[in-house]
Design a protein. Structure first.
Length: 388
């Protein structure tokens, strides 16, 4: 396949210097990038991209493909798995070609990941955590949480729980380092938000993960939890809602720790205008904006699940309108930076020869006007196969 007459964003592709480029794809990978040539007869399928912008496929570094409802029991696992499969194409339809699942009901994302890797199912590349790890008090949250979580006590318990999740096939380890106020976790008061894992317990999980060649992602809204996670070597701070200036400086000094904000999950309306943003969301975005302006490298996540996925484009809008981020930087977060953060930069995240042909074609110049990303792509390619 040849994608002709593509506009490329230099920061998201290998150096080329072409005003328009032809991308050759073979066996699921980008074979070459060359200056656009006049059309000539050839045996390969040719798609004229008409000067539209070709980007790497998008990432969602904080997804939950399968979350249990409170009334479910473990014997509904097969039904839950079947219900989850259509969500794969919903992500692809939005241009998301790589997902990091941060905890799933009964570890159902693990077989989904494997089925996609083995070409049994079509869908985004998945990096999966399996069960989340949390302290004993998480049991108070009821069946919905216990069906997605492994409960542990003390350093030894957390260490062995992390080892077990890796043994069961988890790509990385997800912990619940702070309590959560759910959708309103960004409330201006810190009431109800606190660290629920000790620094020693967090360190034990990091140790187990590193010994087994992987890393830790931490649910962390509360400031104390964010600090402990950074200091103990957690790779990704998920949400980071109450991060402050002192902790931002700590994050900048800690090599290998990154922030993955999830702001779109705090939006109440599907397509709000600026006046409809809540004060809670504005305050959370202002803190994330300070981290951005200080120089923190960030990943792109949403924390959306079930019927919320239509709000995925809101993550672009909020980072622009409320966090004050540059258009190009938001694109980098949604592609190249996310790939680097989770160790996938040698596979995807840029338009480069040798990488997977996970690509999207968009109508406009999103590096100059991010609102282009508020609507679905014109075309989506996963492993070199056109999905839409």
């Amino acid at each position: 396949m040849i994608l002709k007459n593509c506009r490329l964003v230099p920061e998201l592709s290998e150096p080329h210097g072409y005003s328009a480029a032809d991308i050759e794809i073979n066996q699921g990978k980008i074979v070459s990038i060359a200056e656009t040539q006049p059309e000539r007869a050839c045996s390969e399928e040719i798609i004229d991209c008409q000067g539209h912008t070709l980007l790497p496929g998008l990432f969602d570094l904080h997804a939950h493909l399968s979350i249990a409802s409170a009334e479910e029991t473990p014997d509904t696992a097969m039904r839950r798995l079947i219900q989850t499969i259509p969500r794969l194409s919903a992500y692809t339809d939005l241009g998301v070609t790589s997902i990091r699942d941060c905890g799933s009901c009964l570890r159902l994302t693990l077989p989904l990941r494997d089925a996609i890797a083995e070409n049994i199912l079509e869908g985004p590349m998945i990096q999966a955590a399996g069960y989340m790890l949390g302290p004993r008090e998480m049991e108070k949250m009821g069946r919905e949480m216990t069906m997605t979580m492994s409960i542990a006590d003390n350093e030894s318990g957390f260490y062995h729980a992390a080892c077990y999740e890796r043994e069961k096939g988890a790509d990385f380890i997800k912990i619940y380092a702070s309590s959560s106020a759910s959708r309103m976790a960004a409330q201006s008061s810190h009431s109800g938000l606190r660290a629920i894992m000790t620094r020693e317990e967090i360190g034990a999980v990091v140790k187990a993960a590193e010994e087994r060649g992987t890393y830790v992602a931490a649910h962390a809204h509360a400031l104390e939890a964010i600090k402990s996670c950074i200091e103990e070597g957690v790779r990704t701070i998920e949400h980071g809602t109450f991060i402050d200036d002192e902790t931002i400086e700590l994050l900048l000094k800690k090599d290998g720790s990154y922030l993955v904000p999830t702001l779109s999950v705090l939006v109440d309306e599907e397509v709000p205008d600026e006046r409809e943003y809540s004060s809670e969301l504005r305050e959370a975005a202002e803190r994330i904006g300070r981290a951005y302006r200080a120089g923190c490298k960030m990943g792109f996540g949403t924390d959306l699940y079930n019927g919320e996925l239509s709000r995925f484009p809101q993550e672009f809008r909020i980072r622009k309108e409320l966090c004050g981020m540059r258009d190009l930087d938001i694109l980098l977060q949604a592609t190249k930076y996310s790939a680097e953060i989770i160790g996938a930069a040698e596979q995807t995240g840029t338009v480069k020869a040798g990488l997977r042909a996970d690509l999207i074609l968009v109508d406009g110049n999103p590096d100059q006007d991010i609102s282009v990303m508020y609507k679905k792509p014109l075309m989506v390619f996963q492993n070199g196969e056109r999905q839409r």
